[in-house]
Design a binder for this molecule. Structure first.
Ligand code: HEM
Ligand SMILES: *[C@@H]1O[C@H](CO)[C@@H](O)[C@H](O)[C@H]1NC(C)=O
Ligand SMILES: *[C@@H]1O[C@H](CO)[C@@H](O)[C@H](O)[C@H]1NC(C)=O
Ligand SMILES: *[C@@H]1O[C@H](CO)[C@@H](O)[C@H](O)[C@H]1NC(C)=O
Ligand SMILES: *[C@@H]1O[C@H](CO)[C@@H](O)[C@H](O)[C@H]1NC(C)=O
Length: 485
């Protein structure tokens, strides 16, 4: 398949460009956990390459020579892991034996914890030195991925196990898990929303079978994990995030299903600012599967309710605002800003609590502008206007501007500005809700009252007789126009 060749080429190029663009290169880091070079292809079964070491035991700080050899290969990816927890993070760090043909990569939080090739030049052997860390597990195992060419590769080939002195000998060897996201066989359905699973739907009646709406569900079917299903129309990505507030950023916990070259990548990320989310290299999700059809992305995975803090995921037994976003992916596979305002649930939700079936609203961008304009109008223009009338009237009383006293011109200008800003801002919530905001309590009523007064006040001022007129009350011109705004 031509496209998968391209994907592979992309991978090789990503490795190749490592030193020039400065690594860790994103693509390589993403392989840290799965050690999978590309997702479109299935790894080979029976490895022909072997990794060997020059010791059987190690002490913290010691160097161990690792030699990878076998039939001609182009690429490789080497790590050491806890032999009892091969799904865990890379352990210890490496130093290079051959700087031309190999490079150091940082997986997780340990610098230089993996080694990879620098070019796809053919090779039959590579050496590297592994340095045992101070807090090393008792027993570690080397794992290596070898790429022979294009789509022929082996993932997590089990290498030698070495141990610290006085560690009982391991009798059973655990095979490394190569977890490939599988294809979803079933289309999601909403039949258990609110009874057995917690659903967020947009629009609220969304049936994921209808293929034109957004659907997210959490099924708390296991004491310590949750099964997540997400579906929505997108050519690029669909994502949800859990947040403590209604704002994007500040470390929101995000889950993205990204369409990449005819397959879906299921990734986690932290939304730190309002920018491109930094995709995590560590994989904290299980049982990933996906399906893609006619512009609809569907993905599902399982997540533990509590994960170790270093993985940067929030605990699922608390309440969060849930965001739903979708957008495009550029040629490099990076997610772009959502095309439209993401959906935000009304209030914080406990997805592990009693199942609910809820909707949300596309983030009130119009409401934000509404707030901003009102803020400017009532915090700045109106107060400055009042101050000018109250305090600068005697100071500027004899200077004229366009035939009127200058204080009055400034005052009137600012007050007209206020009315203008208020009126503009007033329309926005109606546009956003497409009518009256029923659930907003007293706010809309107060708002309308203020709007009416804001129009009424200058009208009344307009009807006042001129300062010199005999019908004018108060001492001529002493009274402030439009005073208590
Ligand atoms: C490349 C990726 C992204 C970029 C550049 C980006 C950028 C932005 C910007 C600039 C805003 C505010 C401005 C506006 O209202 O138009 C915003 C709002 C928002 N974004 Fe993103 N975003 C990205 C991805 C995501 C993802 C993956 C999610 C979560 C699923 C998300 C959730 C939200 C939410 C809920 C809002 C509305 C609340 C707010 O204004 O903070 N964003 N985004
Ligand atoms: C194994 O190789 C490392 C690195 O070259 C070296 O420091 C160490 O002494 C060697 N160990 C043995 C037993 O040869
Ligand atoms: C591999 O995955 C399966 C199912 O997810 C799990 O039961 C098994 O314990 C895993 N093996 C290792 C070595 O982690
Ligand atoms: C909905 O999906 C579940 C599996 O997630 C399946 O057991 C059930 O039969 C489906 N219901 C309908 C009405 O398709
Ligand atoms: C959420 O629900 C879970 C399970 O019912 C419960 O243990 C947890 O305390 C709840 N959290 C909050 C913040 O209500």
């Amino acid at each position: 398949m031509e496209s998968s060749r391209m994907a592979f080429l992309g991978w090789v190029l990503a490795f190749l460009s490592g030193p020039s663009t400065g690594y860790p290169n994103g693509k390589v880091k993403e392989a840290c956990s799965s050690m999978m070079p590309l997702h479109g292809h299935v790894p080979q079964k029976f490895p022909k390459h072997t990794a060997e070491v020059n010791v059987t035991q190690f002490k913290p700080g010691e160097h161990v020579k690792v030699t990878l050899s076998g039939p001609t290969f182009e690429g490789f990816f080497l790590q050491a892991r806890d032999a009892e927890n091969l799904e865990g993070a890379a352990i210890g760090s490496f130093v290079l034996a051959d700087k031309k043909r190999s490079q150091l990569l940082t997986c997780g939080h340990v610098k230089n914890s993996a080694v990879s090739h620098t070019s796809k030049a053919k090779k039959t052997q590579v050496d590297a030195y592994w340095i045992a860390p101070q807090n090393s597990p008792k027993r570690i195992q080397f794992l290596v991925t070898v790429v022979e060419k294009y789509s022929i590769f082996w993932v997590k080939i089990p290498g030698p196990v070495i141990s610290q002195p006085n560690t009982p000998i391991l009798t059973t060897t655990v095979a490394a898990n190569v977890t490939l996201p599988t294809s979803l066989t079933q289309v999601f359905n909403a039949s258990e929303c609110g009874t057995n699973k917690f659903c967020v739907r947009n629009p609220w009646s969304c049936d994921p079978k209808a293929e034109d709406c957004f659907f997210l569900s959490f099924r708390h079917d296991h004491p310590d994990s949750v099964m997540v299903e997400m579906s929505g129309p997108s050519e690029g990505y669909i994502a949800f995030a859990l947040s403590d507030d209604q704002w994007m950023g500040g470390g929101d916990d995000a889950y993205l299903c990204i369409s990449e070259d005819h397959h879906i990548d299921i990734k986690t990320a932290s939304l730190v600012g309002r920018t491109y989310p930094e995709l995590d290299s560590e994989d904290s999700l299980e049982e990933k599967s996906w399906r893609m059809a006619d512009g609809l992305i569907q993905c599902s995975f399982r997540r533990k309710i509590n994960l170790p803090a270093f993985q940067g995921r929030v605990n699922l037994d608390a309440s969060y605002y849930i965001f739903l976003a979708d957008g495009d992916v550029n040629e490099g596979g990076a997610v772009q800003k959502h095309d439209r305002q993401p959906l935000i649930t009304d209030g914080k939700q406990n997805i592990t609590g009693p199942p609910k079936d809820i909707g949300g609203s596309r983030s009130p961008f119009l409401i934000k502008i509404h707030g901003a304009l009102m803020f400017v109008a009532w915090m700045t223009t109106v107060s400055i206007g009042a101050i000018v009338a109250r305090f600068f009237k005697p100071v500027w009383s004899h200077s004229l501007l366009f035939g009127e006293e200058i204080w009055f011109q400034v005052h009137r200008g600012l007050m007209m500005m206020t009315v203008l800003l208020t009126s503009t801002s007033f329309v926005l919530p109606f546009l956003y809700r497409g009518g009256w905001s029923k659930e907003a309590g007293i706010h809309p009523y107060l708002g309308c009252t203020v709007m009416a007064l804001a129009v009424f006040q200058p009208l009344m001022a307009g009807f006042r007789p001129p300062p010199q007129a005999p019908r004018r009350q108060g001492k001529g011109g002493e009274k402030v126009e439009l005073p208590e705004w």
